[in-house]
Design a protein around this ligand. Sequence first.
Ligand SMILES: [Zn+2]
Length: 100
Amino acid sequence: MSLRDRLNKLFNASGRPDQAGRYHIVQVRCKRCGEILSARIDLLNDLSPDYDAHTFHARKLVSGSGENRCFQVIELEIAFDQNKRVLEQRAAGAEIVTST
Ligand SMILES: [Zn+2]
């Protein structure tokens, strides 16, 4: 668990119930073993602005539970517009199943 994850956990534990719309959740299916994995993009912390294009980018690495003896790391890249709506997204090594 990264330091940021731990901090997020702390802040979430302090209980602000209204987190709706803060996270973009993507589910992907690993092309190697078929496991469904989900990634949560924190729209407040995980996005890098592209000042020239007026867009945001997020990159996330997701790896499986290991239950299927598959340790493939899936690289998720998502581009958002300035209102943080998804412009495009791709996953290397997996198919995107749902994106909300
Ligand atoms: Zn896999």
